[in-house]
Design a protein around this ligand. Structure first.
Ligand code: PLP
Length: 375
C-alpha cells in the first residue's frame, strides 16, 4: 500500500507534472517572476470560476484577511466578530491591526459561527463579521448577511478552507463561498483545496471601490506609480505560483468530487457508530471537505490518534486550543469569553486523511483501523 498522508501532494503533482514542468520552465526562461502575465490571467480565470467581479491576488491567506480589514478602513479599537474555533490567522490579523476580536461560539453541527449568537455580541463599536467556512462547510450566510445588513456591518468571509463550495440561499440562488459577503479571502497554501507550490492567496469582491482600495493596500498603498496614498503592505502572488494555479483551477471541481467521494465512503463506514459523530452537511452548503473531521465520544481521542499512528495512519487535531484560549490573546482578556460548544469541540474532534489521491486500499485500512480501536 502507498504510504498514507493527510494530503498526498506528490501523487497529485505526478498527474500534472508534464504541464507544470513546462509552465514553470517558461517562467524561468522569461524571468518574469513578479507580475508576469500568468498572474493577471489567473485572476481573470478565478473571477470567471467564482462568478465575481474582482479577484485581487496576494501573497497568502493571512495577508488576504489583513488587507481586507485595512482596505475596509477598520480603525484601532473597532470590534470584529469571529469564531474562536478556527485556524489562528483569522483572529491574529484582527489583533495585529489593533482591532478587538470578539469571539462568538459555533454551531454544534456545522462547526461554523452560530448566527443565533452574533447579535448579542454586537456593540456600538462592532464594525465587521468574519465568518469562517470551516473544514469546507459554508456558514449560514443568509442569516449572517441579514444581521450584517440590519447593523450595517461589513462581512469578510474567510474562505481559505472552502474554495469552490456552493451556497444555496433561501431564495434558491446559488453562489460560491467567498462571494456572498462584501469581501472574500482565500489561501492557496499547498494543502488547501486549490493549492499552489508555495504561498499564495486572494481576495474577492463585487464592489468596485473596495476592489480599488484592496489593490492599493496590497501594493504599498500606491495609487499611481510612486504615489502612495495610504500605508499598505507588499503582498503579491508570484508568477511561478500563478502558473501552477492556472493548471489546477480547471481541475478544482474534480478535486472536490474526489474529496467528496472519500467523505461519502467514511460517512457510510462510520454511520450510526455510538462513539463517532460524522460531519454534518447543511442543505444550504455544498461541502468541499477540506477536512474530514469526526467527533469522538466516550473514547480517548488522543489514544486513537496514537493507535492510528502505529498503523501508519496520520490523523490531526484541528484545532486543539481555540483562539480565545491562546496566550497571544491574554492581553485582550479573551479567555473570559464563554464558548461552551467551541471548548467541547476542541476536546472531541479528530481529522482523518482526505485528499484527491486516496485509493480504496488506503481508505479501507484507515476505516478498519478506526473501527478496531473504537470497537
Ligand atoms: C490556511 C488558513 C488561513 C491562512 O492562510 P495562509 O495562506 O496560510 O496564510 C486563514 N484562515 C483559515 C481558516 C485557514 O485555514
Amino acid at each position: 500500500m502507498v504510504p498514507i498522508q493527510m494530503v498526498d501532494l506528490k501523487r497529485q503533482y505526478a498527474k500534472i507534472k508534464s504541464q507544470v514542468d513546462v509552465a514553470m520552465q517558461e517562467v524561468l526562461e522569461s524571468a518574469a517572476f513578479i507580475n508576469g502575465a500568468p498572474v493577471q490571467m489567473f485572476g481573470k480565470e478565478l473571477e470567471n470560476y467564482l462568478g465575481i467581479k474582482h479577484v485581487i491576488n496576494c501573497a497568502n491567506g493571512t495577508d488576504a484577511l489583513q488587507i481586507a480589514m485595512m482596505a475596509a478602513g477598520l480603525q484601532p479599537g473597532d470590534e470584529v466578530i469571529t469564531p474562536s474555533f478556527t485556524f489562528i490567522a483569522t483572529a491574529e490579523v484582527i489583533a495585529l491591526l489593533n482591532l478587538k476580536p470578539i469571539f462568538v461560539d459555533v454551531d454544534p453541527q456545522t462547526y461554523c459561527i452560530d448566527p443565533g449568537k452574533i447579535e448579542a455580541a454586537i456593540t456600538p463599536k462592532t464594525k465587521a463579521i468574519v465568518p469562517v467556512h470551516l473544514y469546507g462547510h459554508v456558514c449560514d450566510m443568509d442569516a449572517i448577511m441579514e444581521i450584517a445588513d440590519k447593523h450595517q456591518l461589513l462581512v469578510i468571509e474567510d474562505n481559505a478552507q472552502a474554495i469552490g463550495a456552493d451556497y444555496t440561499s433561501k431564495d434558491g440562488s446559488v453562489k460560491k463561498a467567498g462571494t456572498i459577503g462584501h469581501i472574500g479571502c482565500t489561501s492557496f497554501f499547498p494543502s488547501k483545496n486549490l493549492g499552489c507550490y508555495g504561498d499564495g492567496g486572494a481576495l474577492f469582491t463585487n464592489d468596485d471601490a473596495l476592489a480599488a482600495q484592496i489593490r492599493m493596500v496590497a501594493n504599498h498603498g500606491q495609487s499611481a506609480r510612486y504615489y502612495h496614498d495610504v500605508v499598505g503592505v507588499n503582498s503579491r502572488l508570484d508568477t511561478l505560483q500563478a502558473v501552477v494555479l492556472r493548471i489546477k483551477l480547471p481541475l478544482l471541481d474534480s478535486y472536490i468530487q474526489a474529496r467528496r467521494k472519500v467523505a461519502d465512503t467514511y460517512d457510510a463506514a462510520f454511520a450510526n457508530h455510538p462513539k463517532i459523530v460524522t460531519p454534518f452537511r447543511a442543505a444550504y452548503s455544498y461541502h468541499v471537505f477540506h477536512q474530514y473531521t469526526l467527533q469522538i465520544e466516550g473514547a480517548d481521542r488522543l489514544a486513537l490518534q496514537t493507535y492510528l499512528q502505529e498503523k501508519q495512519v496520520p490523523a490531526m487535531i484541528y484545532y486543539p486550543v481555540p483562539a480565545h484560549k491562546q496566550k497571544m490573546f491574554a492581553a485582550f482578556g479573551s479567555s473570559a469569553f464563554n464558548l461552551p460548544i467551541t471548548d467541547e469541540l476542541t476536546t472531541k474532534v479528530i481529522s482523518l486523511p482526505i485528499h484527491t489521491e486516496m485509493d480504496e486500499d488506503q481508505q479501507s485500512h484507515i476505516i478498519e483501523s478506526v473501527l478496531s480501536f473504537l470497537k
